[in-house]
Design a binder for this molecule. Sequence first.
Ligand code: NFE
Length: 503
Amino acid sequence: MKIKLDPITRIEGHLSVSLDIEDGKVAAAYSAGTMFRGFEMILQGRDPLDAVQITQRICGVCPVDHGVAASLGLDQALGLDTPDNGRLLRNLIVAANHIQDHILHFYHLSALDFIDIKAVTQYRGNDQGLLELRDWVQAELQHKKINPAAPFLPRYRGTYIKDTDLNLTAIKNYLAAFRTRALSHEMLAVFGGKAPHAASLVPSGVTAKPTINRVEAFRSRLKDLQHFIDTAYLPDVIAISQAFPDYFNIGYGSGNLLAYGGFPEDAAHQHQFMTGGVYRNGRLESLDLSKIAENTTYTWVTQTPDLHPSRGHTEPAPHKPDAYSWIKAPRYDGAVMEVGPMARLMIAHHLGHNPAISGLLAQTLARIDQPLKAMQSVMGRHLARALECKLLADRCEVWLDQLRVGEPATAGAFKIPATGQGVGLTEAARGGLGHWLEISDGRIKHYECVVPTTWNCSPRDDQGQPGPMEQALADLPIEDQANPIEATRVVRSFDPCLACAVH
Ligand code: NFE
């Protein structure tokens, strides 16, 4: 028996997942990115500065991550130093977007896998938003749609939360999260110029100078976001995780974790708020970029030997036999690696360099009575995002205080060299993001992005090793094959962005 989930809704981009079912369980899973984009080809021959703006168009949910990765790559290629203000403003812009992105993922993409939206029909208060939502859902229950955009029913049959108060609280927060996300985008735009695609990112920093007005405009919104994270997001994730403890044992994945590190705390990037590292076979290793290579055995691109991203090659081959995805298969020393908020939290925890991270993680796990290893699961990924949101929002206060008001946030004028090479590594919302670039004759000669969802949703490689999400789906029991809700819960826990994955 085969189940094909195509397209998977409530994610970003075009993902198709095929499941082979035997004895009521997933025997094999295949993850396919079903669209070609070709950004790396578009960039060839262009002015290197274009990369900061063009790569932001890879995605609407993590554009500033691409903008910062491109800027960091150009910093290296152009030999530019970034003043502290530039580093801090990059951190603040990226953190503002992570907060928006994690809240988007939990409330608007994933929560309805667990919360019972039908509970809103029992709402008896006078909140205008909830009353409108109640009318929409009631109409959908009668097979009518008042608003064509109301997307709640039908849905997969399955077990949803039964506690009406918990459902209604989470549904109220689902609505509040729209305003909260708008606030995070406003906060991003204070220094980014606009959102989602920031105009102010440039090599060596950010064109916006920190002024008292801007710092306070950022800070006042941050306070509201911290309040939402502390009183809605974290409590809702914890309540849902307690209602579905089984999902701490479901969706393990490849077990190996990778982070490049992000949010530098000093000019040399020696210290980062989220540290890079590799967690493989239960042990921590330091990251060695030379061990990264992309395999394309099952990707619809011309077959090459495994290539390091500095030599990555993309030439579409849509009729390639046996290929089943437009996503490449990045591997680390041949190993399948998961990236993302859970990976960076676990790596930071194992490194033990940051008491704020280890303390919050340990305290939360104690509260819900789960061991550390439970983090490598569907519910662990949701929890990691919520914890990271709190950690980043709290850290933004420190970065705001460190800004030197009135001083520049770039190194000033620079020249594009005839030749140069660089790599920009950062932590995007969904995990480690790397841009490798080469300049020749003052133009971009080569550009290769290795993107979080490229790691997580990668297809098999030449060794037959399935990608992290494919592994997380393996052996998953599917109770009702007409309603494979368990599979969509596993898939959404990775927060896939296919626009990014195929770029
Ligand atoms: Ni399109 Fe992205 C993030 C990046 S994920 S969302 O986060 O880079 O592949």
